[in-house]
Design a protein around this ligand. Structure first.
Ligand code: HEM
Length: 153
């Protein structure tokens, strides 16, 4: 009986539209921010900014600050995943046909950032705090590279 219910529920689920069973993904365009309202991407960047600041201090004593480091990294990973589902503002003069390549480059840099954050998390979990300063440098370099290409002045 129970298996019949399970099969029936599965059958029902398979008829549901995908959008009702998964998280929404980027529709390809961001809502336009009000004058004093930040864009969703700028919001995610704000989390990265605070996280980076707190990591800079915390990694000086990775043993005492392990819990805080892990909490900060988790918040930054979440923000990076949000940023990955968004699109950077298109530079002035960029045509639609140039845009897909631009989006791919953006995702390459954002996934590289996520990778660095995950490496930091792994180092912290394994009590390999000596690796953190080098990875922190990679984080800073990722930010510089990302902003050089995608952030408007
Ligand atoms: C640790 C890494 C990073 C930090 C701390 C960081 C921080 C920031 C901050 C503070 C802003 C300004 C937000 C505001 O206007 O209030 C910003 C904007 C922006 N960042 Fe980053 N960022 C990082 C990595 C990246 C990467 C890797 C990319 C691209 C691949 C990127 C792309 C952008 C873009 C496109 C904006 C402009 C967003 C907008 O105005 O809507 N950032 N970031």
């Amino acid at each position: 009986m129970q298996s019949a219910i399970t099969i029936a529920s599965l059958a029902l689920l398979s008829f549901l539209p995908i959008s009702s069973t998964t998280q929404p993904v980027s529709s390809g365009s961001q809502p336009i921010a009000q004058e004093d309202e930040k864009s969703p991407l700028a919001d995610a960047m704000g989390v990265l900014k605070h996280g980076q600041r707190s990591l800079k201090k915390a990694i000086k004593d990775p043993v005492a600050n392990k819990a805080g480091i892990l909490e900060t990294l988790s918040a930054m990973e979440g923000a990076t995943l949000r940023a990955l589902a968004l699109q950077p503002p298109l530079p002035e003069g960029m045509t639609e046909s140039q845009s897909p390549l631009f989006q791919v480059r953006y995702r390459i840099q954002m996934t590289a950032l996520l990778n660095t954050l995950l490496e930091m998390e792994q180092a912290s979990l394994k009590d390999e705090g000596a690796k953190l300063p080098e990875l922190y440098k990679a984080l800073t370099a990722g930010k510089k590279g990302g902003h050089r290409e995608f952030k408007e002045d």
